[in-house]
Design a protein around this ligand. Structure first.
Ligand SMILES: [Zn+2]
Ligand SMILES: [Zn+2]
Length: 253
């Protein structure tokens, strides 16, 4: 294993996302890894729809073949239309697959778009999301679930990670253990959720540790300065007592 728990970054975007800083070229990311002394990184561009696989092909071509510690990854959406647990595209040949939920179930509405309230009842969204997560674990079997819960944190019925929400997360985590799927501790998630949600999210990782589900650390960097930078992640690691044996590091497939 590595020098320390924080010596890797499993979640990094590039200019190909269209919403990352212009300095996030593959070459600059590769150089940044060595200047920071990170022992491993995964470049995990968004694939929201099957057409976005072109980005992954492009990134594959740009990662120098001798860079053994720069892995080809993807942050791929679960299919919000079918809700059958499939991801939006195939993942063959990709070393590290993060499955994420960026659109409300059964809709094309993005997680940050408040118009979901006109689409359906919040309780319905919550229940559909829960069912969907279980299907993704069993069917897609990604390496890791990305920033899990970020979407339901938009619902007004999710005030904090309290007993009832945690009971649902416990079920999710049991399923994760069954299928060998890890859960991500994502630095950028703190900016997507309310202060109370942020203060109680560590409980999800207490459960993960209890259930022996592996935890993957990721910055979700959209700029060079964010690569390998963990502040909130370190807080949670300290609070929960996460150690190296609780974590998983991306490996070449
Ligand atoms: Zn994401
Ligand atoms: Zn991301």
């Amino acid at each position: 294993m590595f020098a320390n728990l924080f010596a890797y970054d499993s979640h990094i975007h590039t200019t190909y996302s269209g919403h990352s800083h212009e300095s996030m070229t593959v070459q600059a990311i590769v150089e940044r890894r060595s200047s920071l002394g990170l022992q491993r990184i995964a470049i995990t561009e968004h694939v929201f729809d099957v057409e976005d696989l072109d980005r992954i092909v492009q990134i594959t071509a740009e990662i120098p073949p001798d860079e053994e510690n720069v892995l080809l990854g993807v942050e791929m959406d679960a299919d919000a239309r079918s809700l059958d647990g499939a991801l939006v595209a195939p993942t063959q040949g990709i070393d590290w697959v993060i499955a994420s939920f960026h659109r409300f179930p059964g809709t094309s509405i993005w997680w940050h778009d408040k118009s979901f309230r006109e689409a359906k009842e919040e309780k319905t969204i919550y229940n559909q999301w829960l069912d969907w997560v279980h299907k993704v674990i069993a069917k897609a079997r990604p390496n890791v679930l990305g920033h899990l819960g970020a979407m339901i944190c938009q619902l007004s019925i999710v005030h904090e990670f309290d007993k009832s929400i945690l009971a649902d997360f416990a079920d999710i985590l049991q399923n994760c253990r069954k299928y060998g799927v890890a859960i991500e501790l994502n630095e950028a998630m703190r900016k997507k959720i309310s202060p109370l949600q942020k203060d109680t999210y560590y409980r999800v990782f207490q459960l993960a540790k209890q259930e022996k589900v592996k935890i993957a650390l990721g910055s979700d960097a959209h700029s060079l300065s964010q690569i390998g930078q963990y502040a909130w992640v370190r807080e949670i690691v300290g609070r929960v007592g996460i150690t190296e044996k609780d974590c998983i590091v991306p490996e070449k497939g």
